[in-house]
Design a protein around this ligand. Structure first.
Ligand code: GTP
Ligand code: MG
Length: 309
């Protein structure tokens, strides 16, 4: 079932990437022209120039080493190269109940990337596992942001810790961790404001939030999830670098993978940022969040049964 969902989510990327790889390979000779065409396909699918070079280098090496002559081998070889890049950095999400209690998860990212929705989805997931979930409303810029989070909490049975709009986000995070501890919560999820990554003072605020959490628990936050909107493609990578310079990002949540043809960005994230994608957003509903599995991803992306896709 998960496989079917992932397959459906990746439909447009599959068409753009694996579908076009198959199209250029069909009836072609395994020569320089073909490599050039593959390069264009990968770059168009938002894999990015540097990562495309790396994939094609790996491909050439396999072709040389194994004396491959037939271009029809290329899609499978390329799938293996993609798998290699993804598994090199793969790491599962930190889950509550495994170690620290509460597990402290800080969620960061630019405006509209899907932070609050991801916090809501994670709350829903952990609640359905019977976990006690506290959510910190550290996006204090707008009253609407707090209300949005409150709705998610009402729906999922998570407990919200909030202050008035305009309050110090770091203070809210501090309160939330204190409350989560006092209540014996399994997990604390901290939502933050959509930061303009070009404004240094906002990054400073994020650093302060991280620092303040450490004052209560030096090992916190245990997970810092950077939420990236897949539809922003290569631009998302530039944004990501600002965040990784400011805070200790442990993994990526790639949202809105449904409906985009830019899923190739997953490969660029692993290769260029060296960070694991930990979760993938596949829609707007509570259940539309999947832990990222590189093998399942590659299988769904390079679907062998392409004709019926
Ligand atoms: N299709 C789709 N939509 C999503 C996904 N994740 C979030 N969204 C939508 O993206 C929009 C923005 O989501 P939010 O969670 O409010 O984003 P945010 O990062 O909290 O935004 P700010 O608080 O304004 O910075 C909403 O309409 C969400 O429903 C996803 O995985 N797929
Ligand atoms: Mg938000």
């Amino acid at each position: 079932m998960i496989w079917q969902r992932l397959r459906a989510t990746l439909a447009r990327t599959r068409e753009q990437l694996a579908g076009r790889v198959r199209a250029v390979v069909r009836g072609a000779a395994l020569d320089e022209d073909l490599y050039e065409e593959l390069e264009a396909v990968l770059i168009t699918a938002d894999v990015g120039v540097a990562t495309t070079q790396r994939l094609l280098e790996g491909l050439r090496e396999r072709v040389r080493a194994e004396g491959i002559r037939d271009a029809s081998a290329v899609p499978d070889l390329l799938a293996e190269e993609v798998r290699r890049v993804l598994t090199a950095v793969a790491a599962p999400p930190a889950e509550p109940g495994a170690g620290e209690k509460p597990l402290v998860v800080l969620v960061v990212g630019v405006n509209g990337s899907g932070k609050t929705t991801t916090v809501g989805k994670l709350a829903a997931r952990y609640r359905s596992q019977g976990r006690r979930v506290v959510v910190g409303a550290a996006d204090t810029f707008r009253a609407a942001a707090i209300e949005q989070l409150e709705r998610w909490c009402q729906r999922t049975g998570a407990e919200i810790v909030r202050q008035a709009p305009g309050a110090d986000p770091a203070a809210v995070a501090f309160d939330a961790l204190q409350a989560a501890r006092a209540r014996g919560a399994d997990v604390l999820l901290v939502d933050t404001a959509g930061r303009l990554h070009t404004r240094v003072n906002l990054m400073e605020e994020l650093r302060k939030t991280e620092r303040v959490l450490k004052r209560l628990d030096p090992s916190a936050p245990h997970e810092v999830l950077l939420v990236l909107d897949a539809t922003t493609g290569q631009n998302g990578l530039a944004q990501a670098r600002h965040f990784t310079e400011a805070v200790g990002v442990t993994g990526i949540v790639l949202t809105k993978l449904d409906g985009t043809a830019r899923g190739g960005i997953v490969i660029a994230i692993a290769d260029q940022l060296g960070l694991p994608v930990k979760w993938v957003g596949t829609g707007e509903a509570a259940e539309d969040l999947e832990p990222f599995d590189p093998d399942a991803f590659v299988e769904a992306l390079f679907d062998r049964d392409q004709e019926s896709a």
